[in-house]
Design a protein around this ligand. Sequence first.
Ligand code: SF4
Length: 333
Amino acid sequence: MSGFDFEEERIKQEIAKRGAKQVLLQLPEGLKSEGLRLAKIVEGAGALPIISADPCYGPCDLATSEAERLGADLIIHFGHAKLVKHEPVPTVYVEARATVTVDDVVEKSLPLLNKYKQIGLATTVQHVQALGYVKEILVRAGKTVMVGDAGRMNYPGQVSGCDYSNVKSIADAVDAFLFIGGGRFHALGIALSTSKPTLVADPYEKRVYAIDKEAEKILKQRWACVEEVKRAKIFGVLVGLKLGQKRFDEALKIKELARQKGKQAFLFAVKEISPEVLMEFPQVDAYVNTACPRISLDAPSKFLKPVLTVNEFMVVSGEISWENLLKKGLFEN
Ligand code: SF4
């Protein structure tokens, strides 16, 4: 494999430098197939590797309690940049930068960018190293290029599943965004957070496409969902148990707000939010999700009951208008 840089030498050095004896390896789904190869590298460096087989969706999902239970003295977390400020267990991040070239797909995007002059660039941590080069190609084609740096992410232009502060910081100044990376997930987040035309330049599938129609459809569905929930009487407030998803104060605020509006609200602690888990509480009319906000948006039809983001609940409770929600973003803090 594999199209990604796993920084094998750094892994060995970190193990030696820290004198780690037992190492928990955490990989997102797309990289799990590398687990055995990486475990051998850890073993060769003199430590006992343990591969976490549980799902890992983001840097918020650091397996610190699992590491503590196993007595692991180091976590190596692959595929994401650091998010959690203070890890209870020493953690090394291997961002798994992509080695695939992006120039051909960026060239392909030029005809689709024809009607736009000012272009905002964005990507995930896997491709942040390519942004300078992408910018050169666009500038040569006569575009003005901006890369946002709002200071919350690790790198300029970087977006994550639930943090679009970098693109929001330049949204008013650009005509459209070009997202470099695989899949629709992050590009959809850009379109939903900025309401700007957004193109995906996917270097894996070698194709370029617009995501705006899909974003519009999601917005319509969310508006309908918010309207429906205005009639709800009993709310379930989901409190995430993953290290970087716990927003207990937010959950308490929602419970209190619901009470003030004459509704009942119950707190639910949950690690993995799934339709099956929520089906166990038929009395609940609607849920408010303070954990991973993308769960509410990306597959709403899976859930039998509406699952709102925190910001959407603010519309339901009359704290903000739908128009202001669109400015603030469906799911960002
Ligand atoms: S909360 Fe959800 S979207 Fe945000 S980093 Fe975690 S898994 Fe990704």
